[in-house]
Design a protein around this ligand. Structure first.
Ligand code: OAD
Length: 258
């Protein structure tokens, strides 16, 4: 069992669903959240990635995202991102379905050429108004040192509404709901999958971590690629213990699916 089996499982899959986490970007030099390099200063993601943390100390949270953006700015998609983009391309126009779901906010799947990505946790390259919810793209690096105000601020102060109008990162924080359509599409793809490939996630953060369980319950063949065991490992049909880039690059056939 190993790469060869993964290769043939992928080639046979009629409805392939892939879920990725921070580990898929690790070989691009992006720190994972729960790895040895996961702390920023003394803070864990759970201390900063919450609406309460932003309300309490917007500058601190903003600074953390500015730091993550700087790392991303110099990063390139790695072999794992490229292999997944190739997998999608090789299945385009065939009868086989392919869905890529990511918890990552870094945009590296898209930069590698993945065309359709379900982003469960939003994008670090978007900003959203904490008052009116207006969104806009923002690729600036370095990020403005202070969170800007939304254009709705002027109108709100004219109306005497004292609501906060700071722009925040367009990502999903702990305690927040996932984007509805993205979640619906992800759950439908997981439920319909005959093969579910889970790459580089600790599978600790729900509801994303429930997708492989859903797929498995519906009879999918569950594959995990991760250098470390996770709560999914015991129920996976195939576990490839290794780095995403190394494993996927070897396993992804460059031949189109007929
Ligand atoms: P984690 O940091 O929890 O887990 C990263 C996983 O990647 C671990 O299981 C590692 O063993 C694995 N890993 C490390 N290097 C790898 C490599 N080269 N190839 C493959 N796997 C590797 O990250 P996530 O599971 O993505 O949410 O975390 C889920 C969510 O929690 C994130 O989206 C984020 C975070 O806090 C929010 O911010 C809301």
């Amino acid at each position: 069992m190993g790469i060869g089996e993964l290769e043939s499982v992928l080639a046979r899959a009629r409805s392939l669903c892939v879920l990725t986490g921070a580990g898929v970007s690790a070989e691009s030099g992006i720190p994972t959240f729960r790895g040895a390099d996961g702390l920023w200063r003394q803070f864990r993601a759970e201390d900063l990635a919450t609406p309460e943390a932003f309300a309490r100390n917007p500058l601190l949270v903003w600074e953390w995202y500015a730091w993550r953006r700087e790392i991303l700015h110099g990063a390139q998609p790695n072999l794992a991102h490229c292999a997944l983009a190739e997998l999608e391309a090789s299945r385009a126009g065939s009868a086989s379905a392919f869905t890529l779901i990511t918890q990552n906010v870094d945009g590296l799947h898209e930069r590698a050429g993945s065309r359709k990505v379900i982003r469960l946790h939003g994008s670090i390259w978007e900003l959203r108004c904490t008052a009116c919810g207006a969104e806009r793209q923002d690729y600036s690096v370095p990020l403005n040192p202070f969170p800007p105000r939304c254009t709705c601020a002027q109108q709100r102060s004219l109306e005497g509404v004292a609501e906060k109008t700071l722009m925040r990162p367009g990502v999903v924080w702990f305690g927040e709901r996932l984007p509805e359509q993205a979640w619906r599409d992800a759950a439908a793809a997981a439920a319909a999958a005959d093969v579910m490939l889970v790459v580089g996630t600790s599978a600790l953060v729900h509801p994303a971590a429930s997708l492989p369980l859903l797929a498995k319950q519906r009879g999918a063949f569950l594959v995990e690629v991760n250098p470390e065991p996770t709560p999914l490992s015991g129920m996976a049909d195939l576990v490839l213990t290794g780095k995403a880039g190394e494993v996927l690059d070897r396993a992804v056939s460059k031949r189109p699916v007929l």
